[in-house]
Design a binder for this molecule. Structure first.
Ligand code: NAP
Length: 249
């Protein structure tokens, strides 16, 4: 019960990595707010599962790229639980295309959700954390934002995730000494996101991975738990790669 008494808001938590994080945090004693934008059914079913297991959960709809929706989301969580101790900026999209086939619309949508969404949620939650004198922000970036090969065919995505890493470091400086801000860079993790990519793309990436396999959402959730818990109290502005060695620096 490493998160007993804590309140965690996880964006994009109806599916994939966000879902695994919400479930693990709830099992570790946190009250969790499950954000979704489209996957209402999945979010409601996760909340039910958490309650069945004896945990506490609520669902909250918001498109993280819209400032007014983010504001309402944070207000709803605070009305329900009174505070937010942990924010996981997990919501993200990828629209893979060769660079010359990308459009301004793809660029804007990717940056708006992956990078601006992380900025908007952090900006809305940070004053609460500063007021409490304590808080943890965990940003889900990607090895695409770090490693040269991973960025192939993913230009707006790689740029958005490199931006998330820069934002993480800048927020760590600006929100210290009370708020820890860290990032996780997952490699290829088995979710809807990777299922939507060509099989050849995944095969190539596994080939580049020293541990020669894809990862599970639960393996990313374990790193998020470490960054959310007191075990990481002296760590800020860091990037933890959960990628089987792919993209190591
Ligand atoms: P996923 O299964 O496709 O899930 C994406 C999540 O993001 C969904 O819950 C979705 O919720 C949410 N989302 C998308 N747009 C949103 C918006 N505008 N507002 C709120 N939520 C939104 O993907 P995943 O693999 O779990 O990815 C989670 C995070 O990990 C992303 O940031 C992704 O870039 C990152 N990542 C994943 C991998 C991987 O291999 N899977 C690798 C590196 C990094 P709705 O369905 O409700 O819209």
């Amino acid at each position: 019960m490493r998160l007993q008494g804590k309140v965690a808001l996880i964006t994009g938590a109806g599916r994939g990595i966000g879902r695994a994080i919400a479930l693990l945090f709830a099992q570790e004693g946190a009250k969790v707010a499950i954000n979704y934008s489209k996957s209402e059914k999945e979010a409601l079913s996760l909340a039910e599962e958490i309650r069945r297991l004896g945990g506490v959960a609520m669902t909250v709809k918001a498109d993280v790229s819209k400032a007014d929706e983010v504001k309402n989301m944070v207000q709803r969580v605070v009305q329900e639980y009174g505070k937010i101790d942990i924010l996981v900026n997990n919501a993200g999209i990828v629209i893979p295309k060769p660079f010359l086939e990308t459009t301004e619309e793809i660029w804007d949508r990717t940056i708006d959700i992956n990078l601006k969404g992380t900025y908007l949620c952090s900006k809305e939650v940070a004053p609460l954390m500063l007021g409490q004198g304590r808080g943890k922000i965990i940003n889900i970036a990607s090895v695409s934002g770090l490693a040269q090969k991973s960025a192939l065919g993913n230009v707006p995505y790689a740029a958005s995730k490199a931006g998330v890493i820069g934002l993480t470091r800048s927020l760590a400086v600006n929100l210290g000494p009370h708020v820890n801000v860290n990032a996780i860079c997952p490699g290829v993790i088995e979710t809807d996101m990777t299922a939507s990519l060509p099989a050849e793309y995944t095969r190539m990436r596994v080939e580049e991975t020293p541990l020669k396999r894809t990862g599970k959402p639960e393996e990313v959730a374990m790193a998020a738990l470490f960054l959310a818990s007191e075990d990481s109290d002296f760590i800020t502005g860091e990037v933890i790669t959960v990628a089987g060695g792919r993209g190591m620096r």
